[in-house]
Design a protein. Sequence first.
Length: 196
Amino acid sequence: MSKPSDNFYNKFSVFYPLVDVFLKPQKQRLFQEINNCPFENLLEIGVGNGAHLSFYKTHKITGIDTSLAMIEIARKKQNANVELMQMDGENLLFPDCYFDYVVLSHVITVVDNSEKVLEETYRVLKPNGKVFILNHFTPKNWLRHIDKSFNGVSKIFHFKSVFYIDSIKAIKKFTLLKEIEFGKFSYFKLLIFCKS
Ligand SMILES: C[S@@+](CC[C@H](N)C(=O)[O-])C[C@H]1O[C@@H](n2cnc3c(N)ncnc32)[C@H](O)[C@@H]1O
């Protein structure tokens, strides 16, 4: 079950709050969108250190991550609405049509196989369920060259700097409901899709 990224995230878990400072504004928007939805059954894949847990209102939260160190930190922020498990997003141990929402926050470019994670997301979502994908997306303009130049370095940090959502076949099974762009160059986006 051990993944190549686990070793990195197990070691990096104590420093992750520093990254979170930078990501705060986009995450506030993520929680606003999620908390505007009826409070239901939500799965966060790659829940990390659990920094999000206190921001979800009364949704019933299941958080999974492959890194045990991340899960152990997240457990300190656990409350009665939250269940945490060490599990691989590429092979979810939940039945079909189980969740109303799935959150993929800065995870889709970290997992080894984004295609499998989206296939699994589709499977565990109920019909009309929503997936919230917060991430960087390689732009089609000149900025794509920056992502390409970072591609080698990004592997050391276990993420893909070049990422086109259209390259994932499973995304075509979903309907795009909303696209929220952040920053001057719209490099970070929150995409909200529905299982149609
Ligand atoms: C960049 S962190 C993002 C954490 C959090 N979602 C956030 O937005 O701050 C990526 C997380 O995904 C986890 N991860 C990597 N591959 C995974 C997989 N196949 N299944 C579940 N979690 C995974 C890592 O261990 C890490 O905690």
